[in-house]
Design a protein around this ligand. Structure first.
Ligand code: PMP
Length: 300
């Protein structure tokens, strides 16, 4: 997959540049130690035909918080960064796209001069990141990082080596994606997505603490409240998850994507008549700013 070509424009430190002409200091700490912060955001063409970045403010608030959590100076103005995202889309003639802000550092970050943090914003066209099919998921042999060893609520680049290891393991074993548990053996999340399950007409999801507090997760919770679907945040094990009526992952890149099975075992309800499918359609309507008619979706 090629993320850019000779015409691609990106934003770096206040300037718009050709991606092929942009450079990075090879001695920087971000490259050597993974001391960088990123976001993943999507822009949609709404029902009215406008290009709209979904929850841009929430993503940039988290971008700032992620930097602060790892003591990386944040000399940026989020309104300016959001305007830069729209400009990058425009300069690249993109409507529906995935937007990737990255804050990164030169050598000697211990100096902590605010002017030393660099920022990059690029965008590319990206379809469903986990595909459209139902996912065959494997319980990973890797755990999510221990919150006592890391600021797990920060989208720090280095943390994602854990995600890569888990996804690679799942794919090498013939699955589509991994499921990671926390250090206590409770279900946490996917390598790049939060998890929900349905049981007896109710939706469950792990509470904050050992997960990335996803913006899509927050949207799904809002949708449950709006649609009158009972929701509970609680800790649970893989054994409990295997008794679910349906399971889904959600994230900016993945959107809402249902599961076929966990470790080869399927779920009680067909996806087509699950609350997961209902929430998938409600999510799509929300990002496209369309009306959503619950009555039009069959739920068993
Ligand atoms: N968990 C992890 C580990 C992630 O990387 C992501 C993607 N940012 C998510 C959950 C979902 O977060 P969001 O809905 O904000 O994209």
């Amino acid at each position: 997959y090629s993320y850019y070509n000779e015409n691609t424009i990106l934003y770096v430190n206040g300037e718009y540049k050709k991606a092929t002409a942009a450079t990075i200091d090879l001695y920087g700490q971000s490259l050597h130690y993974g001391y960088a912060v990123f976001e993943g955001i999507r822009a949609y063409k709404t029902a009215e035909g406008k290009v709209k970045i979904f929850k841009a403010k929430e993503h940039f608030d988290r971008f700032k918080r992620s930097c602060e959590l790892i003591h990386m100076p944040y000399p940026f103005n989020n309104d300016e960064l959001i305007a830069a995202c729209y400009k990058v889309l425009e300069l690249n003639n993109m409507e529906e796209a995935y937007i990737r802000p990255l804050a990164f550092c030169p050598p000697n970050m211990t100096l902590k001069a605010a002017s030393e943090t660099h920022v990059l914003i690029c965008a590319w066209e990206w379809g469903a990141y986990l595909g459209e099919k139902l996912l065959r998921v494997m319980t990973s042999s890797y755990q999510r990082p221990n919150p006592k060893a890391f600021k797990i609520e920060s989208k720090t680049a280095g943390l994602y080596v854990n995600s890569i290891l888990a996804s690679q393991e799942a794919k090498e074993n013939g699955y589509d994606e991994a499921l990671l548990l926390d250090m206590n053996g409770n279900v946490a999340e996917g390598p790049g997505a939060n998890l929900f399950f349905e049981k007896d007409g109710k939706i469950f999801t792990p509470p904050p603490g050992n997960i990335l507090p996803g913006i899509t997760r927050a949207t799904v919770i809002e949708l449950c409240h709006e649609l009158g679907i009972p929701l509970e945040e609680k800790l649970f094990t893989v054994d409990e998850l295997k008794t679910a009526d349906c399971v889904f992952y959600c994230g900016t890149a993945a959107e809402v994507v249902g599961w076929d099975s966990l470790d080869g075992q399927g779920f009680a309800k067909p996806w087509a008549s699950s609350l997961g499918k209902l929430l998938q359609q409600a999510y799509k309507a929300r990002v496209l700013e369309k009306e959503f008619d619950r009555a039009a979706v069959p739920v068993a």
